[in-house]
Design a protein around this ligand. Structure first.
Ligand SMILES: [Zn+2]
Ligand SMILES: [Zn+2]
Length: 178
């Protein structure tokens, strides 16, 4: 399912401090039905720790977001980095279970010694999305009378078009725009 699973069985048999470096270059990271990052580029360094593997990653790409003003979908560049430890759950050679980490929501290396970086990437992507998406800084938004996208060029309304009903609608649109 995830393209970001790294086998760390070799690394887990090496001493603390041993590292591997990988390039991240994938067409996409799916977060849910409505959100995916594409493409996904960056790097990750995996370092053996006493309890597992530390992942230091820098990630960048785009997500399709809806502009809060004009409601069109646009490609928002995103970039983030993180450092997270993934805990070893079983001993590589014997398969014996290790005690679970104290931390409740800790990232875990699975029983086949795979580290799924995508679980951490999804969390950090969500933390790094803009709170108020804008297709561009000076997005003009939608016409409060007819709903046309004002970025497509200026347009005007004859005064008589603004009858009472439309004025009410424009008031409503104005309110929801915040
Ligand atoms: Zn916009
Ligand atoms: Zn208009």
């Amino acid at each position: 399912m995830s393209e970001f699973r790294f086998s760390v069985s070799q690394l887990l048999q090496e001493p603390t401090g041993a590292t591997r470096r990988y390039e991240l270059d994938d067409p996409q990271l799916v977060v849910d039905e409505t959100l995916r990052m594409h493409p996904v580029k960056g790097h990750v360094r995996l370092t053996r720790t006493p309890k597992g593997v530390l992942a230091d990653a820098d990630v960048h790409g785009n997500v399709d977001l809806e502009c809060g003003r004009c409601l069109t979908l646009y490609a928002q560049p995103v970039a983030f980095d993180f450092s997270e430890e993934f805990y070893q759950t079983v001993v590589v050679n014997t398969g014996a279970k290790l005690p679970p980490p104290d931390e409740e929501d800790a990232f875990l290396i699975d029983e086949t010694h795979k580290l799924d970086l995508a679980v951490a990437m999804r969390e950090y992507l969500l933390l790094n999305l803009p709170p108020a998406p804008r297709c561009k800084e000076d997005c003009k938004g939608l016409c409060s009378i007819c709903g046309a996208n004002l970025n497509d060029g200026t347009h005007t309304h004859e005064p008589e078009a603004t009858d009472e009903r439309l004025a009410g609608l424009s008031k409503l649109l104005g309110q929801s725009e915040q």
